[in-house]
Design a protein around this ligand. Sequence first.
Ligand SMILES: Nc1nc2c(ncn2[C@@H]2O[C@@H]3COP(=O)(O)O[C@H]4[C@@H](O)[C@H](n5cnc6c(=O)[nH]c(N)nc65)O[C@@H]4COP(=O)(O)O[C@H]3[C@H]2O)c(=O)[nH]1
Length: 504
Amino acid sequence: MKIDLRNALNRLAIFGVSAVAALLVYWLGYLFYVNEFKQLLHRESESALTEIQTLSDEVISTLALLNNQPLKGCDNEALTYLRKKLFLLKRVKEIGYSEGNLLKCTTGLGELTPPVVETAPDFIGPLKAAVWIDRPLSLFEDTLKGIVVRSGSYSAIFPREFIGNLIKIDTEWELVFFHNGQYKHVTGTEGVYRANLSRQLPFHTSLCSDKVPYCVAVAATHTFFYKQYHSSLVSCIGIAFLVFIISVILLTEFRDRYHSDSARIMRGFTNGAFFCLYQPIIELSSERVIGCEVLARFRDKDGDIYPDQFLPTIVRNKKTWAFTTLIIGRCLEEIKALNNNGEKFKININFFPQDIDSGEILEIIKSQTLKHVKFQFVVEIVESEQLMSKNSVHVLHELIGHGLQIAIDDFGTGYSNLRQLKKYHCHTLKIDRSFINEMEDGSIRSTLIPHILDIAKQVNANVVAEGIENTEQHKALVELGVAYGQGYMFGRPMSMEKLQAMLG
Ligand SMILES: Nc1nc2c(ncn2[C@@H]2O[C@@H]3COP(=O)(O)O[C@H]4[C@@H](O)[C@H](n5cnc6c(=O)[nH]c(N)nc65)O[C@@H]4COP(=O)(O)O[C@H]3[C@H]2O)c(=O)[nH]1
């Protein structure tokens, strides 16, 4: 139930983190396109102002030139001169000649009879030029409205669309004439410039020219932005979804690895998941506890892992000696309080054959870790190929020379022959529990127990029978002459407190 809840929370966390990652990706994409859009508005404003400057340059230089030339009036010579000038201009479509407030002639219409009376201008532009915006050009052309700029006796006229399409994208914008802190609407949507000043719309840009007194304002709503970047934003959603899926897969993989047995076992070296249990070793005739075997256990928040699972992982990762020193350290800490009733209490510790073969175990001699007046430490090792090496035999002799005893674990299942056993000088043979298990069935294996006792006699070793579970086995082993035993009948692997209580 607890594990289920943790799994559910884990899954929830994975989905949560992935959703946050996906949102972040979408948000970054969104910000990127917002920035793109703002730059687009800025570029549009810049190019509009450039256009205005070019137009203004053309108008102002043309009017200055005309006002400075001597040919005035509306006679043929003067009109021909004006038409020649007009021919060279790109944007100005008509040139007019006025005297006072009377427009006397234009390049397109010739002399006007009667002359047209000019109204008051909309505003006075740069170099004191009078500007009329949206002036009906019916005088010149029926449907058009135009902009008229007059300086001195001459006016330049150009169609309104020259400044009507200054901004190419389909959004709101305004061109204003800006002078002495006052602005005057010229073209576009009236009010955009003012709205920009008070930042009323989410996207807005206002730029003023440093050459002519005009400003351009462009503004857009979120809806316009979404319309403009619709497909890009849909791609962002697609990418964010992909990020979500990949993140879920990677995090699930990471979680599975993190919770895999081998990762948990390796973390156990530092997070205190390994601990010791102690199984009593009994003198079978008196049922007195003469020692105990130290058995490693693993428990973390995900549950228990048993030795047959964690030992192979430790061997595979070449952590055998690190593991043994960890167990020895724990054990030494716990047995401090153990009362041995005056007799040397046996503490059997399991070692890996590879640490004997490599000589790593000799470290305990150098550090004198297992030298203790109260306890007799016993090095328990399973029979294996590594124990057959010359070095192993030499190392075992070194250990014995320093007061340690040797016990061959799971005896009867391994490699040793009598000659080899004699070389070990071991103190104890531990009969594998499979022999004891099958005693009641009278299997061939169980009939070998007397032979093992015989071998023990020949190598001068004690015998411990492992895995005694009932009184029948106990009785039969006593009758066969087995001196010591361990098994569930006398006590399962237990905590140090329980062992202490058992010893009384
Ligand atoms: N069915 C049954 N089983 C009984 C009975 N009495 C004891 N056992 C189990 O038999 C095993 C005895 O340990 P072992 O032969 O040294 O065999 C040990 C030992 O070779 C190895 N091991 C355990 N702890 C360590 C350690 O700290 N270092 C090393 N190198 N090996 C260890 O793992 C093996 C298995 O250990 P455990 O799972 O603790 O299993 C233990 C114990 O729990 C019984 O009456 N019936």
